[in-house]
Design a protein around this ligand. Structure first.
Ligand code: GLU
Length: 322
């Protein structure tokens, strides 16, 4: 008996969606619709002060406007409700307890200023930031007690000193040295659970088989794989969708208001045009032409996606509003 594939899109409601977010969502949706699977919408509003209900509603409306739909999510519920991370703290705390019991966490007292020093050191920057050099890993009980008097610690996961290998559905064979990734935070000093912890716990709890997301999270995957292994969870397949950028190769960001989907909608751009442009950038159409998301289900093929940032020529952006 073949299992029903389960994919998801996991937006963070701290800003507006731009073309690149639409691209990642479209690819994730197409892959699951093609496989006849179940598509889940999970809102990653774990950072409560930065999350806004208005952004959440706007993002979900943007996705509906694109022609995407989902089978489980915050609006319609489902077997793994709640689909808002802000309501799932008890699951994250359970995972923290398991990691703590296994001796895999340690308190970290480093200040922002100390961590900023590593950021300016010549380390490779990744989505997680520069690798933590392990300053608090080997503190004695006495040193910990002294620091605890002046500072509430965050909790860091001891990244195993072993290579992590995985096959990405778009980027191919990936190899990371565990040591180079560094120990990462799973719970912040203010009590907030980290993205790495929450995403892993939720993808496993929701039975996700296929994680398709933006390539900005590629370097997060080996960290999450270490958590899957340690917590003895079923590992999904991963595919990272290339980022989109301007003609000069600068990646689009949430700050580019002119590329926000909301703005395109207000300028009466038709969703079919945007979907057609994204399909062309993905290599599924010879040129941008209007197409609906459901018409694309037949064409989508992860294998044609490039492994580098895709620059979007200005002429294509003007074509959108024609
Ligand atoms: N919430 C993350 C973001 O908006 C995506 C997480 C994921 O897909 O793993 O960047």
């Amino acid at each position: 008996m073949s299992i029903v594939r389960r994919g998801r899109f996991a937006p963070t409601p701290s800003g507006q969606f731009h073309l690149g977010n639409a691209f990642a969502a479209l690819v994730a949706w197409l892959q699951i619709r093609q496989a006849g699977g179940t598509f889940i919408m999970r809102v990653e509003d774990i950072d409560k002060p930065r999350s806004r209900v208005a952004y959440r509603e706007q993002q979900l409306n943007d996705l509906r406007w694109l022609g995407l739909d989902w089978d489980e999510g915050p609006d319609q519920g489902g077997p793994h409700a709640p689909y808002l991370q802000s309501l799932r703290d008890s699951l994250y705390e359970e995972a923290i307890t398991r990691l703590e019991t296994a001796g895999l966490l340690y308190p970290c007292y480093c200040s922002r200023a100390e961590l900023a020093q590593i950021a300016s050191a010549p380390h490779g920057l990744s989505s997680e930031g520069p690798a933590y050099p392990g300053w608090c890993r080997h503190l004695s009980e006495q040193e910990r007690a002294e620091r605890a008097r002046v500072k509430t610690p965050s909790l860091r996961f001891r990244m195993p000193d072993a290579p992590v290998d995985f096959r990405d559905g778009i980027y191919g064979d990936m190899h990371y040295e565990g040591e180079a990734l560094g120990d990462f935070v799973v719970k912040r000093a203010d009590g907030m659970y980290s993205y790495q912890l929450a995403v892993t716990v939720d993808d496993a709890a929701m039975g996700i088989t296929d994680v398709v997301r933006g390539a900005d999270l590629l370097d997060s995957t080996p960290r999450q794989l270490a958590l899957y292994k340690t917590l003895d969870l079923q590992t999904p397949r991963f595919a990272h969708v290339p980022l989109l950028g301007d003609a000069g190769g600068e990646r689009f960001s949430k700050r580019d208001k002119s590329l926000a989907l909301q703005g395109l909608r207000e300028r009466r751009v038709r969703a079919e045009r945007l979907v057609g442009l994204l399909a062309h950038l993905a290599g599924w159409l010879d040129r941008p032409e209007p197409v609906t998301a459901s018409e694309l289900v037949r064409h989508a093929d992860l294998a044609t996606l490039p492994r580098t940032l895709i620059p979007v020529p200005d002429a294509y952006l003007s074509w959108l509003s024609q």
